[in-house]
Write a protein that binds this ligand. Structure first.
Ligand code: ATP
Ligand code: MG
Length: 167
């Protein structure tokens, strides 16, 4: 599956949540400390499922513990590279937190950060971001678009395997 010129990859996933989780795991296994994932997708698009896969790929202690952080703002999951899972669905809450010293906490160079509804806090995001957009195509399944942003990029995007059938 070739990349677009800017390094973007697009996956057409089958109608099975395990496929979304497996793509998340393939991405998670390649993430480095200091990486930020801006995770876009409407209600029910698969954001939690993808993040659970990320947690599995990162080798976190409790991937099943990943949930929607909406009312908690930021949830930290421990592991070899800890994951901070933030939600900007209620933008004034997360933006207020970020403006009030939360930026240093959230964009910790030793951790990986996932921000759901990132368009709500776009101006607070760092330069180095992997945009992940989940959507529901007209057919069953999900479309996932992975778009690198920033000078360092995410060169391993080109190496991600096809996700046809979940393992
Ligand atoms: N590739 C897929 N094919 C079919 N169903 C899927 C796929 N990926 C995820 N799902 C299902 O979609 C539903 C919503 O997934 P999930 O809870 O991860 O979405 P979400 O974006 O986090 O939702 P919310 O906005 O409510 O937090 C779940 O039932 C999940 O199993
Ligand atoms: Mg969710």
């Amino acid at each position: 599956m070739p990349c677009e010129p800017d390094g973007t990859r697009v996956f057409e996933l089958p109608d099975d949540p395990a496929a979304t989780e497996r793509l998340g795991a393939e991405v998670g296994a390649r993430l480095q400390p200091g990486d930020t994932i801006a995770l876009q997708g409407g209600l029910g698009a698969g954001k939690t499922t993808f993040t659970r896969g990320l947690a599995r790929g990162l080798g976190l202690d409790d991937p099943e513990g990943v949930a929607s952080p909406t009312y908690l703002l930021v949830i930290e999951h421990g592991g070899p590279i800890p994951l901070l899972h933030a939600d900007a669905y209620l933008p004034e809450k997360l933006a207020g937190f970020l403006a009030d010293g939360g930026l240093e906490y959230l964009f910790d160079p030793a951790k990986v950060v996932v921000v759901e509804w990132p368009e709500n806090v776009r101006k607070h995001l760092p330069d180095h971001v992997l945009w992940v957009e989940l959507s529901m195509p007209p057919r069953p399944g999900r479309t996932v678009r992975l778009r690198p942003q920033g000078p360092r990029g995410f060169p391993w995007l080109a190496d991600l395997p096809r996700i046809d059938e979940p393992h």
